[in-house]
Design a protein. Structure first.
Length: 250
């Protein structure tokens, strides 16, 4: 797989109305950081089929997307994600996945009917993701769109397993940061010159004694990261602006 762009889709009206607190965003960002990657985008949406379909389609239209979707793959009437994934990525049909059916029947026996067996109705060609808690499988499409339960104890080990397969070796990222005693506007000319392949951020904050700005520069090219960072350092020294360094790699 070429350089992936990671997305999360967190589905659940109960999160948006604050009946439950989301735990997926923080987990995925930390898991990606441990592998030297980051999210490109994260979407938290309500249980609305049309919105789910359109969001999956949008993510699928991005360059080299990898999606971690949480929620809505159960067997109750408000579990829309299996159908929506098929509409967005396949033909809209949900054929019975025979291996998923076998797992569900083996685990639940007669209790698998009439409802739990619906979880074996998956998009055409779907792969299965092992569930470490209750064995009810989650699924993937094209080995890049991963649809998991909303329960963190089930889905988070799935994310770790997927990342271990997709990114067996951590990508080294070289990051340099500084804090300067000025407004961020003083450094805009340098920001406009940042080369391709460099990620930078500017975080201003107003204190009682005046403005400060934290500048962070990162790249997987060590030389490029250092050169880009030195552009900020040189500008600060030229303007005689005080600053402090805080170098780090992640």
């Amino acid at each position: 797989m070429t350089e992936p762009h990671f997305f999360t889709l967190i589905i659940g009206t109960e999160i948006l109305n604050r009946r439950r607190r989301d735990k997926h965003f923080d987990f995925v960002t930390e898991a990606l950081l441990a592998k030297g990657h980051k999210l490109t985008g994260s979407f938290t949406i309500e249980d609305d089929p049309a919105l789910i379909v359109q969001t999956i389609k949008f993510i699928a239209s991005q360059p080299n997307p990898v999606l971690f979707s949480f929620g809505g793959i159960g067997s109750t009437p408000d579990d829309y994600t299996r159908k929506c994934a098929s509409i967005a990525l396949r033909d809209g049909n949900l054929p019975v996945h025979q291996e998923a059916l076998r797992i569900i029947e083996e685990k639940l026996g007669e209790k698998a009917y009439p409802h739990a067996v619906k979880m074996a109705e998956l998009p055409k060609g779907a792969g299965l993701l092992a569930n470490p808690v209750n064995q009810m499988p989650a699924f993937s499409v094209d080995e890049r769109f991963f649809f998991m339960p909303g329960f963190p104890e089930m889905s988070h080990p799935m994310v770790e397993a997927v990342l271990e397969k997709l990114i067996p070796h951590k990508k080294e990222v070289y990051r340099h940061t500084l804090t300067a005693l000025c407004k961020e506007s003083a450094l805009i000319p340098v920001m406009e010159k940042m080369p391709k392949g460099v990620e930078f951020s500017s975080l201003p904050k107003l204190y009682e004694d005046g403005w400060r700005v934290s500048i962070s520069v990162a790249s997987d090219d060590e030389k490029l990261a250092d050169e880009a960072f030195q552009m900020f350092v040189q500008e600060l020294e030229t303007q005689k602006i005080r600053y402090g360094l805080n170098d780090e790699s992640n």
